[in-house]
Design a protein around this ligand. Structure first.
Ligand SMILES: O=C(O)c1cc(C(=O)O)c2c(n1)C(=O)C(=O)c1cc(C(=O)O)[nH]c1-2
Length: 233
């Protein structure tokens, strides 16, 4: 007999996760302006230098998930994410591709690396995401990464829109996104499968949905802070 406390069927659970898409940062006014080509060069630089902090902290977030997870297969599957961002050697990986984008919008490497442009709101939001992964059950931390379900479409659109609207940005400068689109296509379903499999009670399913809502708020808050910081004067 089904009661309110019995687990949702997998399709219902996945639909509830996907149902959070309106809270995703794709519709944030700053992203809309980025895509429309309405950002000034200063705003673009503020965006790139601040998002650097997110890119930087992702490997530590993923390491926290591995550190908290007792399932060898999940740890094995999760490990490549760290290498994806950090690369196999200096000058390789997602970090490097993000730095290339920063340079394309007019930032020096040094001013990105020393985080001088990172504003408090972005630091707080990103740190909250890492702390979440360190302190919550590992399945919730994995679920919080499910914004990936929504990101493939957005990043594809971003590449097309940035090439069309910012003539000085070339295809090669956007390697971060073109590369990431392929990675997300592969990782997306695998992550959903892990969350469905290990959220095996109603309470865990609800916690996973709340984790994804939290992550949407992290991303949204980042853009709020970036938007605020890029208003000159
Ligand atoms: O450009 C984007 O819109 C976007 C969104 C997201 C996301 O939805 O969290 C990620 C990324 N990019 C990304 O590049 C990335 O490596 C990434 C890792 C994660 C995560 O939570 O582990 N999200 C995202």
């Amino acid at each position: 007999m089904s009661t309110q406390n019995s687990p949702m069927a997998a399709v219902e659970f996945v639909a509830a996760l996907r149902g959070l898409s309106p809270r995703y940062w794709g519709t944030h006014p700053f992203h809309r302006r980025l895509h429309e080509g309405a950002l000034s060069e200063f705003e673009l630089r503020t965006w790139a230098a601040n998002r650097w902090y997110y890119q930087c902290m992702l490997p530590q977030k993923d390491a926290a998930i591995i550190g908290n997870c007792p399932v060898p297969q999940v740890r094995r599957d999760w490990l490549p994410r760290i290498v994806y961002h950090d690369g196999t050697e200096e000058g390789d990986g997602g970090r490097e591709r993000w730095l290339r984008l920063c340079e394309a919008v007019g930032l020096d490497r040094d001013e990105v690396l020393d985080e001088r442009h990172v504003v408090p709101g972005v630091r707080f939001a990103v740190d909250a995401y890492v702390t979440f992964a360190r302190t919550r059950p590992w399945v919730e931390a994995v679920a919080s990464g499910l914004t990936e379900m929504f990101s493939g479409h957005l990043m594809r659109q971003r590449v097309a829109d940035m090439l069309a609207n910012y003539p000085w940005i070339r295809q090669a400068d956007l390697a971060y996104f073109t590369n990431r689109i392929d990675a997300v296509a592969g990782e997306g379903q695998a992550t959903v499968d892990i969350v469905v499999r290990y959220s095996d009670t109603r309470a865990k399913q609800e916690a996973a949905i709340a984790a994804l809502a939290f992550k949407c708020d992290v991303l949204w808050s980042m853009l709020d802070a970036i938007e605020r910081a890029s208003v000159k004067e």
